[in-house]
Design a binder for this molecule. Structure first.
Ligand code: NAD
Ligand code: TYD
Length: 348
């Protein structure tokens, strides 16, 4: 094997798309998916590739030092792409410590294991996948650049910012070769239905209220998940070590407009009367400390690595709605928690 890459969080939303892309595109790499299967990890996401010769799965918590060492030894890991994290802002508000544990302590544990395992640090790469939320919140104008000072506002973004700092500290202090990318909001197949887009699709289908926080005028910059995975592939292979790359689709939407668009698409696909699903929109209490606007300037990755989104939002959102409608079993399993019971029986 030319490389043996540890991808953490590979059973989650973005991680599963990254694992699939690498397994299929690089038969000469071994891809080791390391994931402890929290509520957000679902091996269903990878059913189509689980039998591939160059794929292995390890049910391990990134905080477990001994098991991590074992995986590095057993698979002779050459590189890391680190996605495992607690990822939902609302959960970070109710349980910030869980975010410190996984996102900060888990990342440091992983950095430490990699640094100690690799004899010649020059030949290995630690790629940390992060978020644009570390830059804080924007008003009406301007974009997040790679040089924008960190100003995280939520427990989630603070924990991701801390992990980014530790990655840079390991590069500076120990000479670990690292690269970081900070991406805007992702959408697409396999996203857990606690996040805005899949939550709305699920609730519209079930005729349940669509909770819009505050006035619905907060702005997010949306990118199709496969385009993020393609960018990660490029950064991993062509990115300059020590650098940061912002990833985003120049695709800003007010939350309320996204929700209305989803209602429109779902009315059409479900054969409902025009405007029927919009009746479900319910304005609710705002999220505490709700960031107003995120917007990525993705000029650097475009100019230096030639990346740009392959899909328009119009195409991506139709594909996403179609996927959720065609994969009702996935959505039912995730919302009922049945898949978690299965893992408890088979992987404990
Ligand atoms: P997700 O919540 O869907 O998946 C996270 C995965 O990590 C799950 O499979 C979970 O089981 C695993 N995991 C959690 N804690 C773990 C631990 N202690 N040990 C091992 N595995 C653990 O998240 P996602 O949306 O796919 O995000 C993946 C990464 O990308 C995260 O680092 C996130 O911060 C970053 N990111 C996400 C977005 C987005 O819009 N979702 C945008 C930019 C960056
Ligand atoms: P989310 O998908 O949780 O991503 P993030 O908070 O990381 O940006 O939320 C996207 C936006 O949608 C955010 O401004 C909060 C808002 N939102 C709602 O209005 N209602 C909801 O039920 C959820 C989950 C989010």
């Amino acid at each position: 094997m030319e490389k043996s890459i540890l991808i953490t969080g590979g059973a989650g939303f973005i991680g599963s798309h990254v694992v699939r892309l690498f397994v299929k595109k690089y038969p000469n790499y071994r891809i080791v998916n390391l994931d402890c299967l929290t509520y957000a990890g679902n091996l269903e996401n990878l059913k189509d590739i689980e039998g591939s010769k160059n794929y292995a799965f390890a049910k391990v918590d990134i905080n477990d030092e001994d098991l991590l060492k074992e995986v590095f030894n057993d698979y002779q890991i050459t590189d890391v792409i680190h996605l495992a994290a607690e990822s939902h802002v609302d959960r970070s508000i109710t349980d910030p410590l869980a975010f410190v544990k996984t996102n900060v302590m888990g990342t440091v544990n992983l950095l430490n294991t990699a640094k100690n395992h690799w004899k010649d640090l020059d030949n290995h790469l630690f790629y940390h996948v992060s978020t644009d939320e570390v830059y804080g919140s924007l008003d009406d104008g301007g974009f997040f650049l790679e040089t924008t000072p960190y100003d995280p506002q939520s427990p989630y973004s603070s924990s991701k910012a801390a992990s980014d700092h530790f990655v840079r500290a390991y590069a500076n202090t120990y000479g670990l070769k690292t690269v970081i990318s900070n991406c805007s909001n992702n959408y697409g197949p396999n996203q857990f239905p606690e996040k805005l887009i899949p939550l709305c699709i699920h609730n519209i289908k079930q005729n349940k209220p669509l909770p819009v926080y505050g006035k619905g005028d907060n702005i997010r910059d949306w990118l199709f998940v496969l385009d993020h995975a393609i960018a990660i592939d490029l950064v991993f292979h062509k990115g300059k070590t020590g650098e940061t790359y912002n990833i985003g689709g120049f695709n800003e939407w007010k939350n309320i407009d996204i929700v209305k668009l989803l209602c429109e698409i779902m009315d059409r696909k479900l054969g409902r009367d025009k405007g029927a699903s919009e009746q479900l929109i319910t304005f609710v209490k705002d999220r505490a400390g709700h960031d107003q606007r995120y917007a990525i300037d993705a000029d650097k990755i475009n100019k230096e690595l030639g990346w740009k989104p392959s899909l328009t939002f119009e195409v991506g959102i139709e594909k996403t709605v179609d996927w959720y409608l065609e994969n009702e079993g996935w959505l039912d399993g995730v919302t009922s928690g049945d898949y978690q019971k299965y893992y408890q029986q088979h992987y404990s």
